[in-house]
Design a protein around this ligand. Sequence first.
Ligand code: SF4
Length: 378
Amino acid sequence: MPFTFPPERTLAGVRTKLLNWFDKYQRDLPWRRNAAGELAGTRDAYRVWVSEVMLQQTTVAAVVPYFARFLAALPDVQTLAAADEQQVLKLWEGLGYYRRARHLHAAAKVLVANHGGELPDGPEVWAELPGVGRYILGAVLSQAFDRPLPIVEANSLRVLARLFGYRGDPREGEGKAWVWSAAEAVLPQNRAGDFNQSLMELGALVCTPAAPACDKCPLSANCIANRDSLQDKIPPKKKPVAITEVAEVGVVIRNGGKVLLCQRPASAGRWQNMWEVPHSPRAPGEDIGAATARVAKELTGFEIEPGAEMMVIKHGVTRYAITLVCVEATLVGGAFAPGAYATAKWVTLVELAAYPVSAPQRKLMTALADPNRQPRLF
Ligand code: SF4
């Protein structure tokens, strides 16, 4: 049976209550201000776009400093389009999901090349840009141009499912279609951008996953989950992801005062075009020293003499829990063989800071560059 949304007068009441709540309680976030620092009625499309791309799969608190640095370095679509990809990746370093940064960069180039550097009020233009799906399109066009386009992300999904009492999983199958139809049904024709933000803000501040503050919620009188005490069942909990443990070895190859830094190829599954010391999985039971020499040879072509373990870095990548044992080694011979890596450079420890690297690699490089540290070579 098709889902029936409440009558229009109820939806109108929901809109008014939520917008009034948003006007009073919204957080003062940098992307809610224009370039002059003012809380503007119509927002700067570039600032909205950059912030929304950063906020996908990342918390507000983590994004705030990145947003400030990014906007200071690349204040508009022209400077972003003209930037070197390495600069864009460096500005994104630590934020993760680097494909977002590459797409943002590629999309800026398209806007400059084909649309005169304008960020247009045109869904058909945005729909063609790299990295722009339905969420980004709706978020940018509703906030920057007040277009009545819906958005769905984790916070608004939770609010909508609870508000309307949707019992299925709104993250999967027909639930996905339902949640977009709910976002559309409740969206006002005016102040669509503020309304979209108010849904997300309510989910972030009040209608939280584990402990929704229904007594402080402007929608408590309309909310089915609140009426039926189903807050902990709607939406259903995500199925836990099976985690796979992976043992890796990483090798810091030293040659005089320099270390070998390798650039991942554009075809890599992740961290494309970023830099790192060579690392690879270690076979079960494989001796660390032997694994280090094998990884160095297989990935770079260099022969090395392994030294002592330097540090162990534990980190997660999607469903993998990785334990990376880092070993310092001395160059013995050989020549760089591209393949696993696009290119490689011998760099000083000070120079390591300038290259875009993943978060676990930055941890390793920060330790390496510590002036009080002695190399652990035999
Ligand atoms: S009443 Fe409670 S469950 Fe319903 S939307 Fe508000 S905070 Fe969420």
